[in-house]
Design a protein around this ligand. Structure first.
Ligand code: ATP
Length: 457
């Protein structure tokens, strides 16, 4: 499938089937902000639940955190965000439109690794680079990406606050609280899922570059001597997760980030890139952040952020390995990986989402073959109640004819459709249709629950 066609199809399906809408659409939309609709919300929650299951519940060394979105200026000054969380901005001198200078240069085949703002301005001049609208560009300047707000009625600097630009800092500033309340032994991790805000200069590519985004991050606190081994361990954990959540592994590329291009706090970073239809770009990052963050917060808060080893008595500032995963980019990569088109045995063309059953919004759709036969509807309702109580997200679908229901359930990724028909009263069986193959089999009422327990495992 053409790349442009694929993204268009996924965007259209997301809107038409209730997964993802443009935020504020009624009033013309807000750039870089999206709403998750009824099915998108379930998909998102299922992905979060699977992430928590894998990285928190199935482990003994991980603590979950839900820290505040609003953060004070002091914490974000300590972390370096107030001074340095910025992108290079350049203005089209005619239209006034703003662009990421590094993106414009890279799109023109110019390497910007390690370049200063002045050097980027020079490169634009030297190569006579124009804006996408073919107009001259101005000087490159720094643009801080944080969204500012203020608390309370006074406008002095003490009320200055920000919407957090990453969930990570909420973990670092709670390090002491977690150590004091949970008494963990190193190595241990703190995991957090939550919203973050970045005033991106050019939000684009659907939910790839957002201004309101959600992250799933882990800060894993370690003894510095172990960082290489633990970094490698998390690399593998992230690959396992990518596969588990249904991302096409043939489209994943690991990229070692060079020293020049790494964030100042990082001693090693790997990006996990995905082949999106609009290019191969970052999906996740894995960084060895050393003790940079805890040391900075220690310095600015004047509070000791140490770890005392109970066995050796050694006291030290823990180092950190950070697997960082964008939730919206996960959803985009999952949808792009799952979207398929084929022609069924009866010649019918269809599109479907081959979502893993664990994250599919609905696990099973239950229908009566016809709506006007009471005994069929009654039996189907009974099956629906049984499966819903057993498997949770099961949907009732009696709209249109059975063929139309199959198309709709295929498009939203429901792994199985169950239909109660006339024969059900003869053979005590119902027909179960498999989303991926379109094939049907008859399953006895009595075996239904065990059948699906196996299929949905
Ligand atoms: P990029 O280089 O694409 O701007 P980044 O390197 O700034 O990303 P990080 O600061 O490492 O990203 O953020 C961690 C993760 O959060 C990313 O790997 C990505 O999955 C997600 N993320 C970051 N920025 C955005 C955004 N604007 N919209 C959606 N997801 C984002």
């Amino acid at each position: 499938m053409e790349h442009d066609a694929l993204i268009e199809k996924v965007v259209t399906l997301s809107k038409n089937r209730g997964f993802i809408f443009r935020a504020n659409e009624l009033y013309g939309g807000l750039a870089g902000v999206y709403d998750y609709g009824p099915l998108g919300s379930i998909l998102k929650n299922n992905i979060k639940a699977l992430w928590i299951k894998k990285f928190v519940e199935e482990r003994e060394d991980m603590f979950l955190l839900d820290s505040a979105i609003i953060m004070g200026e002091n914490a974000l000054t300590a972390s370096g965000h107030v001074g340095g969380f910025s992108d290079p901005l350049v203005k089209d001198l005619v239209s006034g439109k703003e662009y990421r200078a590094d993106h414009i240069l890279e799109e023109n085949g110019i390497n910007v690794e390690g370049k200063t703002l002045e050097e980027m301005t020079e490169l634009i001049k030297e190569h006579k680079i124009l804006s996408p609208e073919k107009n001259p560009l101005g000087e490159v300047r720094e643009f801080n990406l944080m969204l500012k707000t203020s608390l309370g009625s006074s406008s002095d600097s003490s009320s200055q606050a920000y919407l957090r630009p990453e969930t990570a800092q909420g973990i670092f500033i709670n390090y002491k609280n977690i150590v004091d309340s949970m008494h963990p032994k190193i190595p241990f991790g703190v995991a957090q899922i939550g919203k973050a805000y970045r005033n991106e200069i050019t939000p684009r590519n659907f939910i790839f570059r957002l201004r309101e985004l959600e992250q799933m991050e882990i800060e894993y606190f370690i003894h510095p001597s172990e960082w290489e081994k633990i970094f490698e361990y998390w690399r593998e954990e992230m690959l396992e997760w990518l596969e588990l959540v249904g991302i096409d592994m043939s489209k994943i590329h690991e990229v070692e980030i060079s020293e020049q291009d790494r964030a100042h706090y990082s001693k090693r970073t790997i990006d996990f890139e995905f082949e999106y239809p609009f290019g191969t770009k970052e999906l996740y990052g894995l960084a060895y952040r050393t003790d940079y963050d805890l040391k900075k917060h220690e310095e600015f808060s004047k509070t000791k952020l140490h770890y005392q080893d109970p066995l050796s008595g050694e006291s030290y500032t823990p180092h950190v390995v950070e697997p960082s995963m964008g939730l919206d980019r996960t959803i985009l990569a999952v949808l792009l990986s799952a979207y398929k088109e084929d022609t069924l045995g009866d010649g019918a063309e269809r599109s479907y989402l081959a979502l893993p059953p664990q994250i599919a919004p609905y696990k099973i759709a239950v229908s009566p073959l016809v709506k006007n036969k009471d005994h069929i509807v009654e039996k189907a309702r009974e099956v629906f109640g049984l499966l819903k109580s057993e498997f949770g997200n099961v949907t009732w679908d009696d709209n249109g004819n059975v063929g139309k229901r199959y198309r709709r359930q295929d498009e939203i990724g429901t792994p199985f459709c169950v239909v109660v028909d006339y024969d059900s009263f003869e053979d005590n069986k119902i027909s179960v249709r498999d989303r991926n193959t379109g094939e049907q089999e008859r399953v006895s009422f009595d075996d239904l629950v065990s059948y699906f327990k196996e299929k949905l495992a």
